[in-house]
Design a protein around this ligand. Sequence first.
Ligand SMILES: Cc1cc2nc3c(=O)[nH]c(=O)nc-3n(C[C@H](O)[C@H](O)[C@H](O)COP(=O)(O)O)c2cc1C
Length: 192
Amino acid sequence: MHEVYPIPIQLPRAGAILDAYEAATSRLDVAEFSPKPVTADVKLKVIDAARLTGSGMNYQHWKFILVQGRDRLKTLANDSTTGKWVEGANFAVIVLTNPKYGFHLIDAGRVLQTMQIAAWNFGVASRIYTGLNREAMERDFGLPKDLSPSVILGFGYPARKPLGKKNRKPITEVAYLDRFGNPLDPDKFRQQ
Ligand SMILES: Cc1cc2nc3c(=O)[nH]c(=O)nc-3n(C[C@H](O)[C@H](O)[C@H](O)COP(=O)(O)O)c2cc1C
């Protein structure tokens, strides 16, 4: 494992509205959810945040399937290879994008992050997975042939607080200044 900063993560205060920076940096992926239901209003806000995300050429080629209810979530879990935990989510979103656009996975990444941050604003945690059985998903969720199930997100209130720690590489290991290989050192950078 690389050198990491283990950053402890707390749940947002009940009813708190996070600023955008706090929401983006405090989020942690969670795969164990509490039975507390997420309201229809919050679910709709997550889908609306997805809809409002910008896509390449503004094509908006994506479709979102909101999946809820224990039986449907269990089917989703059975159709997955790397996201069995989705069975315990309160709801899930299947993100379909059109592979005829070379940038469709960038759009998928962008929209999934928007949804995760929007949910986190209401204290709703999430995780994603990409490993799935395409044929089974077509059968069980009516997916059309021309769209790819690029990513699936599971959402719910987290089962535990605090959530855990974020393990991330330090800035000097992942960011460079002006040219590749020249580390961006935060201390030196502040002094210039
Ligand atoms: C492109 C991508 C694919 C991922 N695929 C899966 C997956 O198939 N199953 C899963 O449980 N988590 C998956 N994850 C979640 C990552 O493992 C997780 O974001 C990472 O470990 C950081 O988690 P943290 O924010 O809790 O520290 C995926 C994340 C990304 C960005």
